[in-house]
Design a protein around this ligand. Structure first.
Ligand SMILES: [Zn+2]
Length: 326
């Protein structure tokens, strides 16, 4: 993988590449962004660039033994840590400390990638901080976070912060076709529903139930405005919404439909998610006012909150319908 081949966030990738090329790379980088945005991909590309035996203008060659070992996850100087259960514990950082203070085994750098670094316990963070305060010259640490605010300010201030932003759906669509052999239609849908995160789009593409769930969510979105009664709505909704995560993902899909209706109402159709359904959206849009759209979005958000707090899903959904249509 090369910096220039990453999907989206070109500026961030180019800046990181430039630092590595000039040899001015910092000891610690904090790569922050939502799940599936490409944090790991960027960190591994940087690791390859740092380890590569024949880098070209800051890009890893991808072919030398070092590049291959990084890609295969078996480079002796590359260490990867992620959550053990729900958090990264002090012992995990302690376990790696000795390696960070020792000389690299194989090359010029010792690289530590801490995935889900925002789940480090306070003790683990304090231990890591000590390492960052007196870093060995050869050490590079990549902290990958979804919630940067959970990292100690003293760690953040010692890191170069790289914020990864959502990627254009069109770029994700092309990436899915190019690298995952997706059909035009599948790529379009997965890209549209990925909230700008390439990794999420790939997961959707591989999820056989996704298409079915999406159809159901659109039927549900329409029924929220058009069903004649609660029983009719519940019938359209169909069986159980699955576990908490599945129910939240489902409501997100329903929300995306209303967000699209709002965008169309505001004449901002270029940003819509359900791009393969524009005709149906236009028809549905004629049946609801802007006020109704906004109210429905608000109730959907409330329903998500309630489900997040473990309220009974069936009750939350019924209640939501009655509030919207009551
Ligand atoms: Zn190489």
């Amino acid at each position: 993988m090369r910096f220039s081949e990453l999907t989206g966030n070109r500026d961030s990738a180019a800046r990181l590449k430039e630092r590595i090329r000039q040899g001015t790379s910092f000891h610690a980088y904090l790569i922050d962004g939502p799940d599936g945005i490409g944090k790991r991909r960027l960190a591994y590309t940087a690791a390859q660039a740092l380890m590569c035996e024949n880098p070209r203008e800051g890009e890893p060659c991808g072919e030398c033994p070092a590049c291959r070992k990084v890609a295969g996850g078996n480079h002796a100087d590359l260490h990867y840590i992620t959550t053990d259960g729900s958090s990264i514990k002090d012992e995990q950082i302690e376990g790696i400390q000795g390696i960070l203070f020792a000389k690299p085994f194989d090359g010029d750098h010792t690289i530590l990638i801490i995935d889900k670094a925002d789940t480090m316990t306070p003790r683990a963070q304090n231990r890591l901080l000590k390492t960052l305060e007196e870093p060995a010259g050869s050490v590079r640490v990549f902290l990958l976070t979804e919630k940067r605010s959970d990292i100690l300010p003293t760690i953040v201030s010692r890191s170069v912060v790289i914020r990864l932003k959502p990627v254009e759906a069109e770029e994700i669509r092309q990436f899915l076709i190019r690298e995952h052999g997706a059909s035009e239609k599948d790529a379009e849908i997965a890209a549209a529903c990925s909230a700008g995160c390439p990794g999420r789009a790939v997961r959707l593409l591989q999820d056989e139930d996704f298409r079915q769930r999406r159809e159901r969510s659109i039927a549900c979105a329409r029924a929220l405005a058009e069903a004649e009664s609660l029983p009719e709505f519940m019938q359209t909704l169909g069986e159980d919404l699955g576990d908490k995560e599945e129910a939240l993902a489902f409501l997100d899909l329903v929300l995306s439909w209303y967000r699209d209706l709002l965008l169309l109402d505001l004449n901002a159709g270029s940003g819509i998610m359900n791009r393969d359904r524009t005709e149906e959206l236009a028809r549905a849009g004629k049946k609801v006012s802007r006020k109704q759209i906004l109210q429905t979005m608000e109730e959907l958000e409330k329903a998500k909150q309630d489900i997040m707090m473990n309220a009974n899903k069936g009750y939350v959904i019924r209640n939501m319908y009655l509030k919207i249509r009551g």
